[in-house]
Design a protein. Structure first.
Length: 255
């Protein structure tokens, strides 16, 4: 497979471990970056050997959406096609100046028009201010459409990497961080754990969920920052923050 020289020393070590197992070799061929960043998170939380095989198949499937993204489609009436995605507000100031958006903590909700393709992938385009004006849609209009459409068009997918480590994304395994905004998703997971949750922003494509008894907030922040600095592509970084979901109030906050 060659050297994975662009990663940190820890990333190289983890990738070397991945190469030693047939299942993990298949994972790493599909997506080296996802392989490394997920194993990095998991290895800091619990024993490596217990989680490598469990996460492999998830991420092999997770990159299969790529094939259809270049297809050209006719947008037509966008009403049933508007979806939401999450981006980091500070890192996307220029983009946010030109698109309808809504603030959420240190993140922003933006909107895309999605079209499903015959090969079970999808294509999408960011809704700019000009495009919203063309369709005579306000930001509240877009939010209401996206809130209804996104869970239907991009259903949630939850992978159980271990008893106390969930990977939350959508069926396409892309732009999946927005799944944490779906109605009752975090509440349902909190009920399963019967506990408050930490939400770790792995990337714009997925978030990791752990009950708050697994690790302390400061250690989780270090894990997120390290992953963002070493294995997450810059344009896919969601945040260096860690979020806390309080089961009783249903509120999401930065810790």
């Amino acid at each position: 497979m060659g050297n994975y020289s662009e990663q940190s020393a820890q990333g190289k070590r983890i990738y070397g471990i991945c190469q030693s197992d047939a299942v993990i070799r298949r994972l790493c061929r599909s997506s080296k970056s996802l392989c490394v960043r997920t194993v990095q998170f998991l290895s800091r939380l619990q024993d490596m050997e217990q989680v490598l095989e469990k996460t492999a198949d998830f991420f092999v499937k997770g990159m299969e959406y790529v094939a259809g993204m270049a297809a050209k489609v006719e947008l037509g009436n966008p009403q049933g096609k508007v979806i939401m995605a999450l981006v980091n507000s500070e890192e996307n100031k220029e983009l946010l100046a030109h698109v309808p958006n809504r603030s959420l903590l240190d993140l922003s909700i933006i909107y895309r028009i999605m079209v499903e393709l015959p090969d079970a992938t999808f294509n999408s385009a960011i809704i700019t201010n000009d495009l919203a004006d063309k369709f005579e849609l306000s930001e509240p209009d877009l939010y209401d459409m996206a809130k209804e459409n996104t869970p239907k068009l991009m259903p949630r997918a939850v992978d159980f990497a271990s008893d106390d480590f969930y990977i939350l994304t959508n069926k396409y395994r892309t732009l999946g961080a927005a799944v944490m905004l779906y109605e009752d998703v975090l509440a349902d997971i909190a009920d399963e754990f019967d506990n408050n949750l930490y939400v770790l922003p792995s990337s714009i494509h997925e978030v990791f969920i752990v009950p708050d008894y697994v690790k302390g907030a400061e250690e989780l922040r270090e894990i997120v920052a390290e992953a963002n600095a070493t294995v997450v592509k810059k344009n896919e970084i969601l945040s260096d923050k860690v979020y806390f979901y309080e089961k009783k109030s249903g509120k999401l906050s930065i810790v």
